[in-house]
Design a protein around this ligand. Structure first.
Ligand SMILES: [Zn+2]
Length: 451
């Protein structure tokens, strides 16, 4: 993923968690290095997921057949009030290990269930314990999110500034290692401009990147254009990550491009749930290289390979359909496998402001590295390694994962994680949660305002 290094057969030398050499037949003095045999593997940078609600792994699959609107009404109104600090701890850990297992070494954890300081403390501790590199996106309380479901359909409650300052100084002061902090704000689609201005001001004072859902189905369909509103107020900037963006106009994409705003596309759930089509072609046309996220394991799986395939197939399919509608057979295809691999690695790093630290195998960068087996039945023969990664690899082929040079997965197994025990605790907690929320077999999401 570093054009200056290129694709090569060779070695990677890691020292103190940093990549210090890449090349064929690197020599080290006898006994001075641990040798990891990566023959019959493809070695690439870890994936970077710019938009994932990690805690929702605890409710895995629950929203498989829910629309986006059904998800909102249920998440905020039905499940939200019952999500405890313990659920945040378990769900965040589960989500982080799920991500690591599939080769995601860094994530923006869009954690919008900070209903009490205990919820926050548990989420941060779980992230820290998992060994994943993460930007913890402090996302306010469920009660704040719930306000979007009734008039005026925008949250009016100011963010908890004192709590944000506490979390920032308690956990994320200088030298916080793998963890950094961001703000996952409600933004102009979900909160009033007074709230937006205060959130942006606070984030910028504290040096926190701002991530927000914007320009998608189910939110503020009649109140747009909100990116234009931000632009007019001079609030756009390169510290912003906009999630989804499905319904934005070309003009708004240009405003984002001019200001250096990052765009996170979560192609699988967007295509299915009612966000709108993943706007990958439109972003590229405006000069924005998108990054990719999973969004929620309540609706889709947690592995980045599926996300890359959706990111490739959907824009291609839409372009092909336009061509066929004009009775022209497409001769070439839009996008390439390498494009979506970049979206899932270096572009994700850029969104997190970490492009100088991760996202490619580059001298001086952190050793966030994954090894993908090429001798797996799904992989052989490897004729084009990039095509193999995007189209044929899966979490089963992710053999080894390093974060900052530390192995978190070796020989196909998470290191130091009692998966059976975690699974047992998660199953019990999820059953108890659904029982408390009254989400039992045969239950259906309530219509808007009906709860
Ligand atoms: Zn989201």
């Amino acid at each position: 993923m570093d054009p200056a290094v290129g694709d090569l057969t060779g070695d990677v030398l890691i020292e103190d968690g940093t990549i210090v050499a890449i090349g064929p037949d690197l020599k080290v003095a006898d006994g001075s290095a641990d040798i990891v045999d990566a023959s019959r593997h493809i070695v690439i940078p870890g994936f970077v997921d710019s938009h994932r609600h990690l805690f929702q792994a605890l409710m895995r699959g629950l929203a498989a057949d829910w629309s986006l609107f059904q998800y909102f009404t249920t998440m905020f109104g039905v499940l939200g009030p019952h999500l405890s600090p313990e659920h945040m701890s378990l769900g965040t850990a589960l989500g982080a290990y799920d991500a690591l297992d599939s080769g995601v070494t860094a994530v923006f954890d869009y954690s919008h269930n900070q209903s009490t300081p205990d919820h926050t403390d548990e989420a941060v501790h779980a992230l820290r314990g998992s060994g994943i590199r993460a930007m913890f996106g402090y996302g306010g309380s469920m009660a704040e999110q719930l306000e979007i479901l009734s008039p005026p359909f925008k949250s009016t409650t100011p963010s908890n500034e004192a709590e944000i300052r506490r979390v920032r100084s308690q956990y994320f002061s200088a030298g916080s290692g793998l963890l950094t902090m961001g703000l996952a704000v409600r933004g102009p689609d979900s909160s009033t401009m007074d709230v937006v201005r205060a959130d942006f001001k606070l984030a910028r004072e504290l040096g926190l990147r701002i991530n927000t859902h914007i320009g998608m189905g189910a939110l503020d369909l009649n109140g747009r254009p909100n990116v234009t509103r931000l632009h007019k107020e001079g609030l756009l900037g390169d510290d912003l990550i906009f999630g989804h963006c499905n319904l934005l106009t070309d003009e708004e994409f240009r405003m984002m491009a001019d200001a250096g705003v990052s765009a996170s596309v979560t192609p699988e759930d967007e295509a299915a749930m009612g966000h709108g089509w993943p706007p990958i072609a439109e972003l590229l046309k405006a000069g924005i290289r998108p990054n990719i996220g999973i969004d929620t394991c309540m609706a889709v799986g947690g592995d980045p390979f599926t996300a890359m395939r959706f990111a490739l197939a959907v824009p291609r399919g839409l372009a092909n359909q336009r061509s066929l509608a004009d009775s022209v057979n497409p001769w070439t295809l839009d996008l390439s496998a390498r494009d979506v691999l970049e979206f899932a690695t270096i572009e994700g790093a850029r969104a997190l402001g970490l492009e100088r630290a991760i996202g490619s195998l580059t001298l001086g960068k952190q050793a966030d590295i994954i090894m993908i087996r090429t001798d797996h039945i799904s992989m052989s023969p490897v004729l084009d390694p990039v095509a193999s990664i995007v189209h044929h690899a899966s979490r089963q082929t992710v053999d080894t994962v390093f974060v900052g040079g530390e192995a978190v997965k070796r020989d196909g197994e998470l290191v130091g994680v009692n998966v059976a025990e975690l699974s047992r605790r998660a199953s019990a907690a999820a059953a108890e949660l659904l029982d408390a929320a009254g989400v039992l077999p045969g239950w259906a999401p309530p219509p808007p305002g009906g709860h």
